[in-house]
Each structure stands twice: as C-alpha cells, then as structure tokens.
Design a protein around this ligand. Structure first.
Ligand code: IPM
Ligand code: MG
Length: 353
C-alpha cells in the first residue's frame, strides 16, 4: 500500500507527524505500508512556484492513497489565483478525479458539552455529508472577471450533467444502505435549474434503491434544520458549493472541527484523506493543534481505500479511549479534563492502539 504524505502548511506538519506515528504502529506489526512525502499548497508555491508541483502530481497518481494535512495561510492570500494554495487542493481533487467527498459529523458522547448547541439536540448525532467535489460552480465555465460596457463583471457558472449527479447519488445511496437507510438530497430547485436536474436525477436513481428512503430539502431550509433538529439527518447528499457550506455548519454541531476527518474518493476508492479543518496559522508550530481529525482520516483510509474495517475500527476505538480518559487539546478542553499538546495526544493514541 503506497501512501503519498502531503503535510502542507500551518499546523499541517505537526498533525501529520502524529498521524504517521499511528501508521507506524501498523507498519511495525507487519502491515505493508510505504509512505513518501510530497509538497502541496503554500510551501510548494514557495519552493517550486506551483501549489501542486509536477513531482507531487506524479507521486499522487502512482499512490494508492493520499494523506493530506492542511494548506494555506495569510502570506499566500495575495498571490495570483493560479498560485494560491487552495488551487493546489482543487487541482489535486480534479486531477485524481476525487468526486465523492465524505464528511462525517459524529458527536463523541464525551464532547457533548463542547457543542454550542444544547446537549439534548446533538447527543448521539451521526450524520454523513456526501459532497460532490469536482463539479458545480467551483469548476464551471465560463468564469472570471471581465470588463463589459465599461463595468467590471464577475462570473461563475453553476453546472452539472446527469452523469455527475448520478455517480455521487450512488455513493450516497450505497452509504445509506450501510447506515439507517435514509438519504436527504439538498438543492435549490425553486430557483436554480441546475439543481432541478439534480433533484430529477436523484428521484430517478432512487428507483434502484427501493430499500432507501429519499427525501429532499431546499438548501436554506437545510441550513436551518441542521441547527434546529440535526438528528433528523442520516446521509445528506449535495453539490460542491452547498456541501462546502453545510459541512462546515455540521462540523460545529460536534463541538470542534478539530475532530472531523474526511475522505475524497474516485470511482475505484482511491482516495485522499484529510482533516476537515484548515491550516490554523494562528497556532501553527506551537504544538497546540488537535491531531485527532488527521488520525481519524487514517481510519477512513483503512476503511475506504484499503478495505480494512478492523484497522479502521481499532483506530477509532483508540481515539474514543483517549477521550474517555479525559485527554483534550485546547479546542475541546473544558474544566475537569486534562489539557494536552498535539504530540501528547499522539502519544496517548499510540499507547491506546
Ligand atoms: C474545503 C475547503 C476548500 C473548498 C477550500 C480551501 C478550497 O473549504 O475543503 O471545504 O472550498 O472546498
Ligand atoms: Mg470548506
């Protein structure tokens, strides 16, 4: 199993270091894992002029999976758009055809008080957001800023074809079959034709999944329902831009975005695994970051790309154990628990494994 390791910027290297220690436990036990490091994001721009350099493209294409820390930081915000770290992230998603982004929002019982919502609203929360990742207004053409009739005009294009909708729909229905068999598809069909097609295709597809209950919700209502009664959701499927926004909202229901892993998969379950949070430049290099989302991303890699449910569960159980033991990084700390650093959290997970 060849894994491309891309630590990235900000807290990326420190959280990645802890995830690699977790992988080392499996390596020492004899699992055939080979890792190779590469550059992505701001550091890559500084070193090579490109946020997704050719060497990284080659490495990513020939690997079975990619493990990513985080990219970006204020020092790169004013670069021309093609050189921005975010472009590296969008570039690798598109290049590897990682169209299916799975973002679980799970509330660990120990963290019920870390949520900004009342514990009774969020306790037991277990939502899977399935976000389409290589289409929509993120990639649609035409796009750009131009001058028309003496005025500057900004333009992006929201576009999906039916094949793109169907393949992400299948990912959602298949995932629901392994859960509580409910899919809620999010659109804005009352205004946007692209999403009328989205809803039509989801309805057609649901005929192939009679055992899964399909419902629909408009995105504005979904944003409200996520904070009003989030436990009504099981699998949520939506397009790239709505999924970007709703997944950040859902993450906060769980108390800390620092806990949430994600997987981005192609048709063959090759995947890129990364924490849902960003590069947190304000705490970078201080050994304060929460490495659990990255460690849980390793668990998702075991599950989805390596088809190794036992190792995935083992990592998740180790994380639950350190939380039950009262260890907390700053983002999830509350009085009565023990505040630990990023590397101490890594120590504890390795010991629990
Ligand atoms: C995410 C991020 C990215 C996105 C940015 C950094 C380009 O917000 O993964 O959700 O918009 O997809
Ligand atoms: Mg986002």
């Amino acid at each position: 199993m060849k894994i491309a390791v891309l630590p990235g910027d900000g807290i990326g290297p420190e959280i990645m270091a802890q995830a690699l220690r977790v992988l080392d436990v499996f390596k020492k036990e004899g699992m055939a894992i080979e890792t190779e490091q590469g550059m992505l994001g701001g550091g890559a721009v500084d070193a090579t002029g490109s946020p997704y350099p050719e060497a990284t493209q080659k490495l990513a294409r020939e690997s079975d999976a990619v493990l990513l820390g985080a990219v970006g930081g204020p020092q790169w915000d004013n670069l021309p758009r093609p050189q921005r770290p975010e472009r590296g992230l969008l570039g690798i998603r598109k290049d590897l055809n990682l169209f299916a982004n799975l973002r679980p929002a799970i509330l660990y019982p120990e963290l019920a008080n870390a949520s900004s919502l009342k514990p009774e609203i969020v306790s037991g929360l277990d939502i899977l957001i399935v976000r389409e990742l290589t289409g929509d207004i993120y990639f649609g053409e035409p796009r750009g800023i131009s001058v028309e009739d003496g005025k500057r005009v900004g333009r992006n294009t929201m576009i999906y074809n039916e094949d793109e909708i169907r393949r992400i729909g299948r990912v959602a229905f298949d995932a629901a079959r392994k859960r509580s068999k409910k899919v809620c598809s999010i659109d804005k069909m009352n205004v946007l034709e692209t999403t009328q097609l989205w809803r039509d295709v989801m309805i057609e597809l649901s005929a192939e999944y009679p055992d899964v209950e399909l419902s629909h919700m408009l995105v504005d209502n979904a944003a409200m329902q996520l904070v009003r009664n989030p436990k009504q959701f099981d699998v949520v499927v939506t397009g790239n831009i709505f999924g970007d926004i709703l997944s950040d909202e859902a993450s906060m229901l769980t108390g800390s975005i620092g806990m949430l892993p994600s997987a981005s998969l192609d048709e063959n379950n090759k995947g890129m695994y990364e924490p849902s949070h960003g590069s947190a430049p304000d705490i970078a290099g201080k050994n304060l970051a929460n490495p659990l989302a990255t460690i849980l991303s390793v668990a998702m890699m075991m599950r989805y790309t390596f088809n190794d449910e036992a190792s995935a569960t083992r990592i998740e159980t180790a994380v639950k154990k350190v939380l039950a033991d009262g260890l907390r990084t700053g983002d999830i700390y509350e009085p009565g628990t023990k505040k630990v650093s990023c590397s101490e959290m890594g120590d504890a997970v390795v010991a629990a494994l």
